[in-house]
Design a protein around this ligand. Structure first.
Ligand SMILES: NC(=O)c1ccc[n+]([C@@H]2O[C@H](COP(=O)([O-])OP(=O)(O)OC[C@H]3O[C@@H](n4cnc5c(N)ncnc54)[C@H](OP(=O)(O)O)[C@@H]3O)[C@@H](O)[C@H]2O)c1
Length: 75
């Protein structure tokens, strides 16, 4: 079932949303992308799913996917 939320204009906000390749995070990414964010950054660990996510939300230039596994320490 589609989620409907009242979200105001997000043009002043840079948003980083993890867990956006599936489930509730994927739907939240779609909603946020349509709310005119200054930047929406979507870290994901799976490149293929990250690219499919950008297709799913029909992203603008304000939306980007970046590689990140939140379970692994970097460096
Ligand atoms: N669905 C439900 O009915 C339900 C009910 C109660 C609670 N929850 C909880 O709500 C949360 C979301 O559940 P969901 O079913 O909506 O989504 P989900 O299918 O469990 O997806 C979780 C998201 O987190 C990402 N993720 C997991 N481990 C990661 C890691 N190490 N690094 C980066 N990303 C990682 C997954 O990425 P990948 O695509 O790479 O796997 C995916 O995007 C979970 O914690 C779940 O336990 C869900």
């Amino acid at each position: 079932m589609p989620i409907k939320l009242e979200i105001q204009d997000l043009s002043k906000y840079v948003i980083i949303l993890t867990g956006a390749t599936d489930g509730i995070g994927k739907e939240m990414a779609r909603i946020l992308a349509r709310s005119n964010p200054k930047r929406l950054i979507l870290p994901a660990r799976n490149i293929e799913k990250g690219n499919k996510l950008l297709e799913y939300i029909k992203s603008s230039n304000a939306v980007s996917y970046t590689h990140l596994d939140v379970y692994k320490r970097q460096g």
